[in-house]
Design a protein around this ligand. Structure first.
Ligand code: ADP
Length: 441
């Protein structure tokens, strides 16, 4: 087992990783930017090292600084969390070269995923799957797969860098705009095309694998409540799945992981169309924001398992030992103003009163008096509720949202209250267009 882990992230996920390390008896080193000197992760880790100024490029994305911090403090492994360097194959490779275990998949697994899944006969969304260089080629492919199509940036993430094209007439404009935008936002103009599946649900499976090739799946998360392709509410199990479909999709998720020889925790994402057809869209090779709902219903500590798998331990859990109890829902509390098109809201958090009681978990690194820096992602807390059934999980969301007090910055608490009272949501009747159709965003 590892002796000391460097946490190359910030905010709630840094704290989350630290918690599992403490329980496993592993020492932690928290790296931080100048803007995070007084943050909770820095206060709670065993050691901390400043790795640079506030902007991410100079700190949390600064590979040489992170690796020197690991060397100086004698870390044998690095946990990247989500975002930042978590799915950067180059970083995974450099860690390996420096003899530091990267807690995530190998460089090969990150790079080969798409091609290998297709080769293994996994049903993927029809599309190019390879980078498209020019407009003529793009138009040909779009014509072949049929409109509407979705143009996606290769380097995109978190729902960013995607555009729908409804017909051939508007194609040229959108294609060029996408390339320019991708270059600007991600420093990489590469794009590819997929069939746009209308009104689907986003269904994903948590998979866990060890180095001996033993892979299992956990019950699905339904992440269809999205704003501009970004998840806002997640729940497990999905109101749209029955046991039979769960098993079918879960087995497919395992097949994806096996195809790339996956040996850690990951998430296999599918979209499910209204007719019940499902397509693999991508695999996230990291711990995800929404992992706590799976932890609540299965009782598994996914971060602990992730660390143990990376250390080469055997997965001592069989598929039939994975059961789930009740229902869990997570809402993402971003410091954003839902009244003003969700623009980020930064500044000092004047009051911060966290809900509690039965079935309530709050993952956050915020406290009263905390200054939200303008440099990073706007997620400040995740409110997760667990109940014996969906109804109870929703009632607990309503009650916990009422208890939650955050003053000083804008948050979507009242926006989530609306959703928790909305008729179609209560019936479990929604898809990825829900917020748009309900005019809630
Ligand atoms: P990211 O890596 O940015 O999260 P994803 O590929 O996971 O991007 O897609 C994010 C969301 O965009 C999905 O949850 C889904 O709602 C939507 N989406 C992605 N691909 C398609 C598609 N081919 N058709 C319809 N919606 C899609």
């Amino acid at each position: 087992m590892f002796k000391k882990i460097l946490i190359a992230n910030r905010g709630e996920i840094a704290l989350r990783i630290n918690r599992s390390c403490q329980e496993l008896g592993i020492k932690t080193v928290q790296v931080y930017s100048e803007a995070d000197k007084y943050s909770m992760p820095v206060r709670l880790a065993d050691e901390s090292v400043c790795i640079g100024p506030a902007p991410s490029l100079e700190s949390y994305l600064n590979i040489p600084q992170i690796l020197s911090a690991a060397e100086v403090t004698g870390c044998d492994s690095i946990h990247p969390g989500y975002g930042f360097l978590s799915e950067n194959p180059y970083f995974a490779e450099v860690c390996e070269t420096c003899n530091i275990q990267f807690i995530g998949p190998s460089k090969e697994a990150i790079l080969l995923m798409g091609d290998k899944a297709k080769a293994a006969g996994i049903q993927v969304v029809p599309g190019s799957k390879t980078v498209i260089k020019d407009e003529g080629e793009a138009k040909k492919i779009a014509h072949k797969i049929g409109y509407p199509v979705l143009i996606k940036a290769v380097a995109g993430g978190g729902g960013k860098g995607m555009r729908v094209v409804w017909s051939g007439d508007s194609f040229e404009n959108v294609f060029n705009t996408c390339q320019t935008e991708a270059q600007k936002a991600f420093g990489n103009p590469d794009i590819y095309i997929e069939k746009y599946i209308e009104n689907p649900r986003h269904i994903e499976f948590q998979v866990i694998g060890d180095k001996k090739g033993h892979v299992i799946y956990c019950p699905e998360r339904d992440c269809s409540i999205q704003r501009r392709h970004q998840k806002l509410v997640e729940e497990t199990p999905s109101p749209a799945l029955n046991g039979k479909l769960r098993k079918k999709m879960g087995k497919m998720a395992v097949k994806v992981a096996e195809a790339i020889d996956y040996h850690t925790v990951g998430t296999v994402e599918f979209i499910l169309d209204p007719k019940g057809n499902f397509y693999f869209i991508e695999m996230n090779t990291r711990i995800q924001v929404e992992h706590p709902i799976t932890e609540m219903v299965t009782g598994i500590d996914l971060v602990k398992l992730q660390i143990c798998m990376a250390a080469g331990e055997e997965l001592r859990l069989d598929q039939d030992e994975i059961s789930f109890q009740g229902h869990a829902i997570e809402v993402r509390i971003n410091a954003e103003d839902p009244e003003k098109d969700f623009i980020p809201s930064v500044g000092e958090v004047k009051e911060f009163i966290v809900p509690g009681g039965p079935g309530v978990r709050v993952d956050t690194a915020i406290f009263a008096g905390y200054q939200i820096p303008p440099y990073y992602d706007s997620l400040i807390a995740k409110l997760i509720t667990h109940g014996r059934n969906r109804k109870e999980a929703i009632e607990r969301q309503k009650r916990a949202l009422r208890e939650f007090r955050i003053e000083g910055v804008k948050t979507p608490i009242s926006f989530f209250q609306k959703i928790m009272n909305e008729e179609d949501f209560l019936k479990g009747n929604y898809n990825t267009s829900y917020l748009y159709q309900k005019k809630l965003s």
